[in-house]
Design a protein around this ligand. Sequence first.
Ligand code: MD6
Ligand code: FE
Length: 217
Amino acid sequence: MMTLPLFDESTAARTVVPLGEQAFVLRGFALDDARALLDAITRVEQRSPFRHMQTPGGFTMSVALTNCGRFGWTTDRHGYQYTELDPLTGAAWPAMPEVLWRLARSAAAETGFPDFTPDACLVNRYAPGSRLTLHQDKNERAFDAPIISVSLGIPATFLFGGHKRTDPAARIPLRHGDVAVWGGVDRLRFHGVQPLDEAVHPVVGAHRFNLTLRRTG
Ligand code: MD6
Ligand code: FE
């Protein structure tokens, strides 16, 4: 079991790692907001709890999911869709926290996507062993808007492929406080997350949270 020292991340350089023409990882971009973001996740999950959804193919996702913002992404045996109501509670998804909205807009502006107005945020919770198989984010209709993805907690290896599922994929570590941005010509590239290793983050514990903000239409 690896325990991650706080020292490393608090001194991590705020560098930009290019992944493509219009895809980037902003290292440490969310670090100053991490505490507020974790508090916001706690408030979201009190209203709309994390749950393991079913895929249309009949599998149960190893990643636990909830949402905030006007629209929430869901999957069940019938397919994927965005809904205004949480099917678990019958109520609207919790509102998008201000801190998340501001962070996403500034990450987008920083990487060449001015005036990003997200209306959906998926909140993913990974435990060691959880993974996300290669996929494209294509349930939205607004492909001109980028996707902003915030990582908190234990590290993960992100897989960033091409436009075909079989294209070779780069392996990129995503750590606490990193923000990834995909848009433009890179908006529909296949990507996924390798099974997480056992680890404990000093603030978050043995989980990774990933917040992905989008514009649905
Ligand atoms: C994750 N992220 O990092 C899963 N999608 O846990 C995604 O599936 C994702 O990070 C589109 C753009 C960025 C992402
Ligand atoms: Fe995705």
